[in-house]
Design a protein around this ligand. Structure first.
Ligand SMILES: Cc1ncc(COP(=O)(O)O)c(C=O)c1O
Length: 385
């Protein structure tokens, strides 16, 4: 175990008490009292009419694909720099993922690249607010609205981030969240589907409950429930919702700490970064980050690998991130070729993430900052965009 791990999940307050209460409630299956409290809280935090907890962000994305009736012959545009689930959710329905390049400064999908990939088969546009910093939602919204193409926000990183003062997750027809243990707020494994376009709410409840109208039955709106659509079991146990509620109730403390760490990295590394030709995360003026990730973009793959090894030798875990999806074995089956998304290909080689978690101590962060300041990237040919 390194002295400073990349991530660590911690208890923030009432997790154990709430889980005990869930057991005492005799309702540990899905959609119990704690799930309902988390739904109301997420709806008010993001400003959306409906939030539904799911077993993961992956499953929330799968629900989005089902709700949009994505199928064979359809195309879905998404960044090539994202987690596999963004693509798999639509591939599972028989659609073709169309990968777009990202902006070199934010690593968020480039609106011009989306526009260039729209075809008569485009069924949806998926954006990812990388590191919890918002995409250019004005430009993407204009492009999508002109063609009436729905937007799905994969907001796995961005809960509580904003773009022009509006919460990330409130721009698309739908958005997804992740509560995996690496996220700012966690219940181990978990996620949510946020629904902005009211036309999808009723069917979303049915798909999530095995294709039945059981949610309406529990609300007393029908006197029996039955099989009325396709579906699966996407709802988590109320035990997980209880754990998650405690984490979300600690959000001010969690976010204040993550912000201090994030600012500490920026301040402690900016001079070294300037000297070493390293880029730090760029925050556009219209964005308030969710402080999910802090990353460095080194001048080359060799420099990145050397830094990772240098930090490892000092007890610091600093992992790379997504491999470009378009040139992965699956991406190539959809026609992906090297050179199609040059910014993603370059950034993926050069990016390293720094330890950032909810109880990272000042002393441990200082150890990371001092170690990085002592690292001198070798002078070599660079592979930047
Ligand atoms: C952008 C993005 N989308 C989706 C996911 C999948 O999240 P989950 O593990 O909750 O399914 C991740 C995982 O980290 C992610 O980074």
């Amino acid at each position: 175990m390194p002295r400073v791990p990349f991530n660590r999940a911690i208890l923030t307050g009432a997790e154990m008490a709430y889980m005990q209460e869930a057991i005492a409630n005799m309702h540990v299956s899905g959609d119990g009292p704690f799930t309902k409290r988390v739904h109301r809280l997420l709806e008010s935090l993001v400003g959306v009419p409906k939030a539904l907890l799911t077993t993961s962000c992956t499953h929330a994305l799968e629900m989005a694909a089902l709700l949009l009736d994505v199928g064979p012959g359809d195309e879905v545009i998404m960044p090539a720099f994202t987690f596999v689930s963004t693509a798999n959710a639509f591939v599972l329905r028989g659609a073709r993922p169309v990968f777009a390049d990202v902006r070199p400064d934010t690593l968020n999908v480039d609106p011009a690249q989306i526009e260039a990939r729209i075809s008569p088969r485009t069924k949806a546009i998926v954006v990812v607010h990388y590191a919890g910093i918002g995409c250019d939602m004005d430009a993407i919204g204009t492009i999508a609205a002109a063609r009436r193409i729905p937007i799905v926000e994969d907001n796995a990183h961005g809960l509580l981030g904003t773009y022009k003062g509006k919460p990330l997750g409130s721009f698309g027809a739908m958005a997804t969240l992740s509560f995996h243990e690496t996220k700012n707020f966690t219940c181990g494994e978990g996620g949510a589907l946020l629904i902005n376009d009211g036309r999808f709410i009723e069917r979303a409840e049915i798909l999530r409950e095995k294709g039945t109208d059981r949610s309406r039955f529990f609300r007393g709106e029908v006197d029996k429930y039955g099989w009325i659509d396709v579906g699966s079991s996407y709802l988590p146990s109320d035990l997980l919702a209880a754990f998650l509620l405690a984490q979300l109730e600690s959000r001010d403390r969690i976010q204040a700490h993550r912000r201090r760490v994030w600012d500490g990295y920026r301040e402690g590394l900016s001079e070294w970064a300037r000297r070493s030709d390293v880029a730090l995360p760029h925050v556009p003026a219209e964005c308030q980050p969710a402080f999910h990730l802090f990353f460095l973009l080194l001048p080359s793959l060799d420099a990145r690998q050397a830094l990772v090894a240098f930090l490892k030798a000092r007890g610091i875990a600093a992992p790379f991130h997504y491999l470009p999806l378009h040139v992965s074995p699956m991406g190539r089956r959809f026609g992906g070729r090297p050179g199609e998304c040059p910014v993603v290909e370059s950034a993926s080689d050069r990016l390293v993430r720094l330890p950032l978690y909810n109880d990272l101590s000042e002393a441990d962060q200082q150890h990371v900052v001092e170690a990085i300041n002592a690292f001198v990237p070798a002078v070599e040919s660079t592979s930047r965009f």
